[in-house]
Design a protein around this ligand. Structure first.
Ligand code: NDP
Length: 485
C-alpha cells in the first residue's frame, strides 16, 4: 500500500517522487511505502496552511467545535479499522489499540471541541488609573506538530486537536515508523468537513521532513513529543528563531512501593506499568523501587505474574505483549540486555528474543526483569524504552526519595502507600511532572501534562494546551472619568 501526504485538502505524492519502506513489525516485512518528503513538500504544506489561516482563525467556536466533534465521532465509527491499522503498523496488542489508542484519539478531539468553548481570558481593571485591561488569546498562525511512534494516533491527535481548536492551521508529521493511522485520519478530516489547508500531514524522516518543519520561518510554534536528544536538537534550532516550543521528552520513571500498600492492586498495576505496549510508553515505571521488608515477596510474585504474560501475534485478542516497533529499536533494547551484567545488573527473568510461530521474522522480546544494586548504573540512568524493568530495594522514605530523584529525567512517578502523610510528602518532593499515588496512567485530559528536568519543557493538556497554542495579547483601554466619579 502507498501512503500519501495530505496537503491543502488533498492526497499528494511527494514532489521528488521519493519513497520509504514501511514495515509490519509483527512479521518483519515491508508492507507499504510512505513519502520521503523534502523541504519543498513542507513548503507546500506551509503555504496551504497560511492561506487557510485567515478564514479558519475567524470561524465561530461553534463551527470549529462541531467539526472537531465530527472527527471524533467518525474515528469511533471506524474504530475497528483504525485499531487494526495501528496494531499492524506498530506491533501493539489489538486489545490495546481497541481500548486505549483509538478511543483516546477520539477523546482528544471531543475534549478540545468542548474545551475551546469554555476557554476564558482574563480582564484586570486598573482601579484608580481609569483603565481596563483585557487579554486577547489569539491563535498563533501556522504551527508544527511532531509525534513519535509509540502511541501513534493517540499522541498525534493530542497535539493537533488543541492546535486546531484554538484556531491555528497545522503542519504535522507522524513518526516515519508508524504513519498509517495519521494517513487515514486525513480521510476522516475530509469527511468531517475540515476546510482545505487547515490540517496538513507530511510524511518522512525526522532528519529531513521533521527538520524542515522545525526550521521553517513561517511556522511560529512547535509542539514535539519524542526523545530527549531530538528535543535538544529542536530547541537549538528554534531558540534563535524565537519560536514557541513545547517539548514532551523521555523518562526513567520510578515506581516506589512501600510495604503498607494495597499489595494486590500494586502487583497487577505494576505488571501494566512495566510492560504495557511492550514497555514503550514514556510513562512506564521502568525503575521499580521496593521497601526492603517486602522485597523478596515482591520479587517472586512479580516474576510469577510476568511469566503468565502472553507474547505473540499482536492481532490476537489474547496477546498481552506484541512486537517491538522496529528492528533498530529491538537491537537497541537487546544491547542493554546483552550488556546488563557490565552495566551493573543481573537478569532475573526474560531477556531473550522469541520466534512466534508463523511470524519468525517478527521483532519479539520476552518481558525482562533485571535486579540492580546501584541507582547510578547505566540501566537505571538511561531510557531503554522497551519491555525491560529494573528492581532494587530501599530502606526507608529518605532513601526512596533520594533514589527516585537521582536521575536526569523527571516525567512521572508512582507511589504505592496507604500513609496519607507520606503521600503528601512524596507528592511535594518528587521531581516529576506527574505523581500517581496508588494508580498508574489514570488520565484526566483537563490536567497539565509534561515533564521536569530532561523530560521536557512546558505543559500540554486541558487549558495548558490551549494556552500554548494561543498568543496572549494585553489590551489596555483608558477611559475618562465621568462627572459622577
Ligand atoms: P524521536 O525523538 O526519535 O522521534 C520523535 C519524532 O521526531 C518522530 O516523528 C521523528 O521522526 C521526529 N524527528 C527525529 N529527528 C528529528 C529532527 N532532527 N527534527 C525534527 N523531527 C525529528 O523519538 P521516537 O520516535 O524514538 O520516540 C520515542 C521517544 O519519545 C522516547 O524517548 C519517549 O520517552 C518519548 N516520548 C515522550 C512522551 C512524553 O509525553 N514525554 C510520550 C511518548 C514518547 P522519525 O520517526 O521519522 O525519525
Amino acid at each position: 500500500m502507498k501512503i500519501q501526504n495530505y496537503i491543502n485538502g488533498e492526497y499528494k505524492d511527494p514532489m521528488a517522487d521519493s519513497w520509504l519502506d514501511n514495515y509490519d513489525p509483527s512479521v518483519g516485512v515491508v508492507y507499504g511505502q510512505i513519502p520521503n518528503s523534502l523541504e519543498e513538500d513542507v513548503d507546500l504544506a506551509v503555504e496551504a496552511a497560511e492561506d487557510a489561516f485567515p478564514h479558519w482563525s475567524n470561524t465561530t467556536l461553534e463551527l470549529r467545535s462541531t467539526i472537531l466533534q465530527r472527527i471524533a465521532d467518525l474515528l469511533l465509527e471506524n474504530l475497528e479499522e483504525f485499531a487494526r491499522a495501528e496494531t499492524k503498523d506498530n506491533g501493539k496488542p489489538i486489545q490495546l489499540s481497541r481500548s486505549i489508542d483509538i478511543p483516546r484519539a477520539a477523546s482528544n478531539f471531543s475534549f478540545f471541541a468542548k474545551a475551546i468553548t469554555q476557554f476564558p481570558s482574563e480582564s484586570h481593571e486598573s482601579v484608580g488609573l481609569d483603565a481596563i485591561n483585557f487579554t486577547l488569546r489569539q491563535p498563533i498562525g501556522v504551527v508544527g506538530c511532531i509525534s513519535p511512534w509509540n502511541l501513534p494516533l493517540y499522541l498525534f491527535t493530542w497535539k493537533i486537536a488543541p492546535a486546531l481548536a484554538a484556531g491555528n492551521c497545522v503542519v504535522a508529521k507522524p513518526s516515519e515508523v508508524t504513519p498509517l493511522t495519521a494517513y487515514m485520519l486525513a480521510d476522516i478530516c475530509m469527511q468531517a468537513g475540515l476546510p482545505a489547508g487547515v490540517l496538513n500531514i507530511v510524511h518522512g524522516l525526522g532528519q529531513t521532513t521533521g527538520q524542515a518543519i522545525v526550521a521553517h520561518p513561517k511556522i511560529k510554534a512547535i509542539s514535539f513529543t519524542g526523545g530527549t536528544d531530538t528535543g535538544a536538537k529542536i530547541a537549538s534550532i528554534t531558540a534563535p528563531m524565537f519560536k514557541k516550543l513545547s517539548l514532551e521528552l523521555g523518562g526513567k520513571n520510578p515506581n516506589i512501593i512501600f510495604a503498607d500498600c494495597d499489595y494486590d492492586k500494586m502487583l497487577s498495576t505494576t505488571i501494566r506499568s512495566s510492560f504495557a505496549n511492550q514497555g514503550q510508553i514514556c510513562l512506564c515505571g521502568s525503575r521499580i523501587l521496593v521497601e526492603e521488608s517486602i522485597y523478596d515477596r515482591f520479587k517472586s510474585d512479580f516474576i510469577e505474574k510476568v511469566a503468565e504474560l502472553r507474547i505473540g501475534n499482536p492481532m490476537d485478542d489474547q496477546t498481552d505483549i506484541g512486537a517491538i516497533v522496529s528492528k533498530p529499536h529491538l537491537q537497541k533494547v537487546v544491547s542493554y540486555i546483552d550488556n546488563a551484567k557490565a552495566m551493573g545488573g543481573s537478569i532475573l527473568y526474560g531477556g531473550k528474543e522469541l520466534a512466534v510461530e508463523g511470524m519468525q521474522k517478527g521483532y519479539y522480546l520476552q518481558p525482562t526483569i533485571i535486579e540492580v544494586k546501584d541507582n547510578q548504573c547505566q540501566l537505571n540512568q538511561e531510557e531503554i524504552f522497551g519491555p525491560v524493568v529494573t528492581i532494587m530495594s530501599f530502606k526507608g522514605e529518605d532513601e526512596a526519595l533520594q533514589l527516585a530523584n537521582d536521575v536526569k529525567y523527571g516525567l512521572s512517578s508512582t507511589v504505592w502507600t496507604n500513609d496519607l502523610n507520606r503521600t503528601m510528602r512524596f507528592s511535594k518532593n518528587l521531581q516529576s511532572g506527574i505523581v500517581w499515588v496508588n494508580t498508574w496512567m489514570l488520565r484526566d485530559l483537563r490536567t497539565p501534562f509534561g515533564g521536569q528536568k530532561d523530560s521536557g519543557v512546558g505543559r500540554e493538556g486541558g487549558v495548558e494546551a490551549l494556552r500554548f497554542f494561543t498568543e496572549p495579547k494585553n489590551v489596555c483601554i483608558s477611559f475618562e472619568k465621568g462627572k459622577s466619579s
